[in-house]
Write a protein that binds this ligand. Structure first.
Ligand code: ZN
Length: 450
């Protein structure tokens, strides 16, 4: 038996319409409603000689009354019994397997969890007079990750620690970029971007701080890299525990194409897996990771490429050193040093910008040779090699999953939900603009959960 949750009250400031609209509609639409989806024949022996045999009355929703007590809304699921073999049948009704409360309640909770932490989603539901606990919401998020993996796996038989999801399947019902293009009335430009991000695990920073206090790790100063944490025994660099979240994005479709969330580190096999949904793309812009070296038609994104090159650029490193020295001036020379720092910083910026222009130029030359179709009649590039598109996308995603999680399935569920929200939109920035995934209108929570 489910334990009754602690009593709750809708805060006094919540407008009456908000607190009653949901509860009234839910009780009118669902309370005592009979669901009967018997297929007409016994599931066990095939006999048509079956009769009604009472109801189950599962809990559909728990509402918060104006006085602060709970009111249960139950639906009736018609049961049948076979007169020939004695087999029974119970109607499924508006429920997802494994989820407490009715499917429509789960859908509301998931839509709130798309852009809010679970505790905030619980609070919003309370304002609407609906009881769903933070734990239940996190359960739904994890269930969503599991069902997404069943519906749209990038590779079969993924273990518990790996969530490799084909987002094109979820958003457009296709297996890869080629199929998407065939499905569309007008062809879209099939360039992709990939990037990885490493969201920290919950408690990871505290764990490192504790280890420093215990003497297991220490902080060292390493040249231009600044302060870093290393292991006490082998001196190796130590990073906070994090998940690997790898994403590919189809620029022309404004949509994420594939997503990988794992507690393991990124590697070539995962890079190949990520590219399963990208079959049929014309070229793929990747970051500097060597894991992408086997991927065909990949072009290094100019921002990452510049960054990599600057890391090994002697002149650039010398300039950075000079800035640092100027910053470390004696107190009596501070005033004079400030001007020098500013001047030197400007030089560094100018130098980096010039290098980026060079890299951008050579990237465009490379593309002109390999993909002349992306250049217009004046020879201008017509594609999307603007810097940081993917990083912008990933940044939005990091914001959406901003509460750190401990479990991989929670992090995966939140990331998949965030990627869907980012791909199914009607407004971008401050402009009204409908995304392709929204126009196609395929995605619903029920499609994944049901
Ligand atoms: Zn039967």
């Amino acid at each position: 038996m489910m334990q009754e949750p602690n009593p709750k009250q809708v805060p006094a400031y919540v407008p009456e319409l908000a607190r009653t609209a949901f509860t009234l509609t839910i009780s009118q639409m669902y309370d005592g409603r009979v669901y009967d989806d018997f297929p007409g024949r016994c599931q066990h022996c095939g006999s048509g000689n079956c009769v009604k045999n009472g109801h189950d009355d599962p809990l559909f929703a728990k509402l918060i009354s104006p006085k602060g007590n709970f009111v249960d809304v139950r639906v009736l699921l018609q049961k049948y019994i076979c007169r020939d073999c004695g087999g029974t049948y119970t109607s499924q009704g508006p429920f997802y397997k494994g989820a407490m409360y009715g499917g429509p309640i789960v859908d509301i909770a998931l839509s709130l969890a798309m852009e809010h932490p679970a505790y905030a989603a619980e609070r919003m539901l309370t304002n609407f007079g609906i009881q769903v606990s933070t734990d239940a919401i996190l359960d739904y998020v994890r269930l969503f990750a599991e069902r997404a993996k069943q519906l749209a796996p990038l590779v079969p038989a993924q273990g518990d620690g790996l969530y490799a999801i084909n987002m094109l399947k979820i958003l457009f019902g296709v297996d890869n970029a080629r199929e998407l293009n065939e499905k569309l009335p007008s062809q879209v430009s099939l360039e992709s971007l990939t990037d990885e991000t490493y969201p920290r695990k919950k408690g990871a920073v505290k764990k490192i701080m504790d280890e420093i206090l215990e003497g297991k790790k220490r902080v060292v100063h390493r040249g231009t890299k600044g302060d870093m944490v290393v292991n006490g025994d082998d001196g190796k660099t130590s990073f906070p525990e994090s998940f690997t979240l790898a994403l590919s994005y189809l620029l022309g479709a404004d949509a994420y194409a594939s997503l990988i969330c794992t507690s393991g580190s990124f590697n070539q096999m995962l890079a190949d897996t990520l590219f399963k949904a990208l079959e049929g793309t014309s070229f793929n812009m990747t970051d500097g990771s060597f894991n992408y070296s086997q991927v065909k038609d990949h072009v290094l994104d100019p921002v990452h490429k510049t960054r990599n090159e600057l890391k090994h650029d002697k002149k650039f490193q010398e300039m950075r050193e000079e800035v640092k020295e100027a910053k470390e001036a004696k107190p009596e020379e501070k005033e004079k040093a400030r001007g020098i720092v500013e001047e030197k910083l400007n030089e560094v910026k100018k130098y980096a910008r010039a290098r980026y222009q060079e890299v951008l130029g050579s990237t465009l030359e490379e593309l002109r040779k390999g993909h002349p179709e992306y250049f217009d009649k004046d020879g201008d590039f017509d594609g999307h090699v603007t810097s940081n598109c993917a990083e912008g996308g990933n940044w939005r995603l990091k914001y959406a999953v901003r509460v750190a999680h401990q479990r991989t399935d929670t992090a995966a569920g939140k990331s998949i939900l965030a990627a869907i929200k980012d791909s199914v939109f009607t407004v971008r920035g401050v402009k009204v603009r409908e995304s392709l995934a929204n126009m196609m209108g395929l995605f619903s929570f029920g499609m994944v959960m049901g």
